[in-house]
Design a protein around this ligand. Structure first.
Ligand code: ATP
Ligand code: FE
Length: 356
């Protein structure tokens, strides 16, 4: 099977062609991503109207580039996969309209994909993981534990009740006058810092379950920063490094402890080849990755961290999820709707409205 995938749910416009012959390893023939970071930078966050306009302008160009780079025409494709939600509705609509146009022009089937399912199925594209596996999605917009039982079968074990960790890293960077995106900047500072000088809270560890919280951490950091400023009029290089190290350690500890609990729940399923994957921009954090690897190995699980370009928003994951859905016999038609909200537990558009 060869599918093109389209992605436009947040601030990246992307198109990719993926091919998979059963029994062989899937091949990413092309993966084009046009980011919008520069467009949104002056506003300090993604502006939905600007994002929608940029997607509408770029989606056709990305499709052409992905087909050209893959060296295939529409005639060589088996279907068209597109992110149908969740996300900023203007962006999702741009992708869905473009995909419908391509489907109408070519007569190819249309496969609507849940963006989160795209992230969650990526470890099968990159490492061929067998169902069921556990995945921790940690990005600027998401933080959740999912048990992936099948291409259409996801169980959410828990997630953040407020901020996503990437958002917390970004806010921390802002509070300490470090550049954006905050994650890499905070990680670099933390390398020279003492994580024990400031002890930040480990929210929700006193409560059972896999839910997480990060907003209290940000408040604690703000207080520690202001106390230092009040005391000596400003922050030294060492203060900043120690604050970053303390913050990063707190985020890591919370994610690792909740992962331990998610693993316990997952192992009750009795998986044949137990595995845990981590995806999302925050998975780039070396300290988090190392701690999760140790945890997984201790629990007898394989640890998988796909390459970062496939962990952050991209269209190869959408084309791949399309291959999985299409192979399972699921397809959509011209009534495919763009959805701003779309919980992963109801991943098949066909299942929406059935109360599942
Ligand atoms: P999504 O819609 O998938 O949530 P997003 O654009 O918000 O998309 P990603 O692109 O997956 O998220 O990840 C970006 C986030 O990852 C940013 O918040 C960034 O600060 C964070 N991040 C990147 N590198 C690191 C790192 N080394 N340590 C911690 N956080 C990081
Ligand atoms: Fe995403």
């Amino acid at each position: 099977l060869t599918l093109i995938g389209l992605e436009s749910s947040c601030d990246d416009t992307a198109a990719a062609v993926v091919r998979h012959a059963s029994g062989a390893r899937p091949e990413i023939l092309s993966s084009v991503v046009a980011g919008q970071t520069d467009l949104h930078a002056p506003f300090g966050g993604v502006v939905p109207e600007i994002a929608a306009r940029a997607h509408a302008e770029k989606v056709d160009i990305c499709v052409e580039a992905a087909l050209a780079e893959a060296g295939v025409g529409l005639a060589a494709l088996d279907a068209i996969a597109v992110t149908a939600g969740p996300g900023l509705i203007g962006g999702v609509l741009s992708g869905v309209m473009c995909a419908k146009g391509l489907a109408a022009a070519s007569g190819l089937p249309l496969v609507g994909i849940n963006h989160l399912a795209g992230h969650a199925l990526t470890p099968r594209l990159t490492d061929g993981l067998a169902f069921p596996y556990l995945i921790l999605l940690v990005s600027g917009g998401h933080c959740q534990f999912l048990m992936v039982r099948g291409a259409e079968d996801f169980t959410r074990l828990g997630g953040t009740i407020d901020d996503a960790p990437g958002e917390a890293f970004d806010k921390t960077a802002r509070l300490l006058a470090l550049p954006q995106p905050g994650g890499p900047a905070v990680e670099a500072e933390a390398a020279a810092g003492d994580p024990a000088r400031f002890t930040f809270p480990r929210p929700l560890l006193d409560r059972p379950g896999c839910d997480l919280s990060f907003s209290g951490l940000k408040t604690a950091l703000l207080r520690a920063r202001d106390a230092l400023i009040a005391e000596k009029g400003g922050l030294t290089r060492a203060d900043r490094a120690d604050l970053c190290a303390g913050f990063q350690a707190a985020v890591r500890d919370v994610l690792v402890e909740k992962s331990r609990r998610a693993i316990t729940l997952y192992l009750q399923e009795g998986p044949d080849s137990p595995a845990i994957a981590v995806a999302g921009g925050v998975a780039a954090n070396a300290s988090l990755r190392a701690a999760l690897r140790v945890l997984a190995e201790e629990a007898g699980l394989r640890f998988v961290a796909p390459p970062l370009r496939l962990c952050t928003d991209n269209a190869a994951m959408i084309a791949w999820a399309g291959i999985e859905r299409f192979r399972a016999g699921h397809c959509d038609d011209m009534t495919l709707a763009a959805r701003p909200r779309w919980p992963l537990d109801t991943v098949s558009p066909a299942m929406l409205g059935t109360g599942k």
